[in-house]
Design a protein around this ligand. Structure first.
Ligand SMILES: [Zn+2]
Length: 467
């Protein structure tokens, strides 16, 4: 690295408890780290960026995204969760080849960076061979995003000659830990994504034990629909398998007891408001989870159906929660969930959920410089009153002017740095064409939805499968 940057004169949102926001401040970045933050710094021998009229804040953190689905953008705009599972998980996933996955992850990670997301949890459950994993991982590294590459243990619907057994899939994650992702100091770290718990519990237990042997964070879709019998959280609690390394996703049907169990174990939750609202997973449980003390974060989930930026996710999470509360209490005396709290959910609290609270998620000296410059001088942010609240309720991805990851500009003054965008675009379009051609075209995606029941048991507790 060796770069030294002085970011001069912006309004600074820190998201760090005890570190006040600055109406006008300077940020000094050196060798990838924030080394000073003050109303005015006198520094020589550095490159200066004049940010008067702009807003500087921590990079956003998306804690749940299936980046591999980028070529499927908006195909599922009108899909329920059952349509999604039938089309994407049963039909489309097996049609991805390693080169498609590379194009998808590269375009998806760059899309995230472009929208101010500096850290991504890539829930990568399209792992049909070692080459698929290598391609997906290489693309994240190429994009220079900070990421948890959550290796998906889930098997596809058909035979996978390269990974024929559950044991071989566990072994794959071990291979990555032994080789390319042996270190936790790189921008991309290894995590694992559990198979959905419609598989026998013994398999889930084996995945948990294997992940713990690797010493990597674990993420898992959880309680997105009601199930009969003990929940996944309860099963884990019964066997002492909960822990702060677990990031549960959705939990829209989790009981208060399960939320208390997650909170008590130090685990975290990723709410994905847009996909949950669309697909019939129930209402996002943001408020209930926060009241139970669960560390709660936000994710975009699937651009195969919905948007890929966290400004939208923040706004939806906040206003849906307010709407639900208001419906219950009538005219409220006060809005319980505050906008500024939601900003913490996509910054510092998300970093803590990934075990990265000491690395990223807020702006303070000593942390790595993952930050975003917003055009506070744009009409939709002018005049800038209550900066944190304006970011949550009024900013959009188009306001992201510049993005820095670990002290390096990945987007500067509106353009991704050292990225051939035309080539990225060509490759992801080619991936879309190739994948759709292999399944007989977009019109054929839902033709065999009945096949779904052979692969997923969504239980009998209240899911209307033909909805
Ligand atoms: Zn998901």
């Amino acid at each position: 690295m060796g770069d030294r940057w002085l970011l001069r004169g912006a309004e600074v949102i820190t998201c760090e408890p005890g570190q006040e926001d600055l109406p006008r401040g300077d940020v000094l970045v050196e060798d990838g780290l924030i080394v000073a933050l003050a109303p005015e710094l006198r520094v020589d021998d550095c490159r200066v960026v004049d940010l008067r009229g702009k807003l500087v804040m921590p990079g956003l953190i998306d804690t749940h995204r299936h980046t591999w689905q980028t070529p499927l953008r908006a195909l599922g705009a009108d899909w329920t969760v059952m349509d999604y599972l039938a089309a994407v998980r049963v039909k489309l996933a097996p049609a991805f080849r390693p080169e498609d996955l590379h194009a998808a992850n590269l375009a998806g990670a760059l899309e995230a960076l472009d929208a101010g997301i500096t850290t991504l949890v890539d829930y990568s459950h399209c792992m049909q061979s070692p080459e698929h994993a290598d391609a997906a991982l290489a693309a994240l590294e190429e994009a220079r995003i900070r990421a948890l590459f959550a290796y998906g243990y889930a098997a596809g619907p058909g035979d996978s000659p390269a990974l024929p057994t559950h044991a071989s899939r566990l072994q794959e994650a071990r291979r990555l830990r032994r080789t390319r992702l042996a270190s936790d100091d790189g921008l991309v770290r290894l995590g694992v994504a559990l198979t959905e718990m419609q598989v026998p519990w013994e398999q889930s237990r084996a995945e948990l034990h294997s992940a713990r042997e690797l010493g990597v964070p674990i993420t898992a879709h959880c309680s997105a629909w009601p199930v009969s019998g003990p929940s996944e959280v309860q099963r884990m609690a019964d066997e002492g398998l909960l822990g702060p390394d677990l990031l549960f996703v959705h939990c829209t049907w989790s009981s208060d007891e399960d939320l208390a169990r997650i909170a008590g174990s130090g685990g975290s939750l990723a709410v994905t408001p847009e996909s949950e609202l669309q697909m019939g997973m129930g209402f996002p449980i943001t408020g209930r989870a926060l009241r139970r003390g669960v560390r709660t974060t936000l994710g975009c989930d699937v651009v195969s159906s919905n948007g890929g930026d966290l400004f939208t996710a923040m706004r939806l999470a906040l206003q849906v929660e307010r709407g639900r509360t208001n419906e219950r209490v009538g005219l409220p005396r006060e809005l319980e969930l505050k906008a500024a709290r939601v900003l913490q959910m996509v910054t510092l609290e998300a970093a803590q959920a990934l075990g990265l609270g000491h690395v990223t998620g807020s702006l303070r000296p000593g942390k790595q410089a993952d930050l975003v410059v917003l055009s506070a001088d744009a009409l939709n942010l002018t005049p800038l009153n209550r900066a944190r609240d304006a970011v949550v309720l009024q900013a959009h991805a188009g306001n992201v002017e510049s993005v820095m990851v670990r002290g390096r500009w990945v987007k500067l003054q509106g353009a991704l740095v050292d990225v051939d965008v035309a080539s990225v675009r060509r490759r992801v379009v080619a991936a879309r064409d190739a994948v759709l051609a292999r399944v007989g075209g977009a019109a054929a995606l839902l033709a065999e939805r009945g096949e779904l029941d052979r692969h997923w048991d969504t239980g009998s507790g209240g899911v209307t499968k033909d909805a």
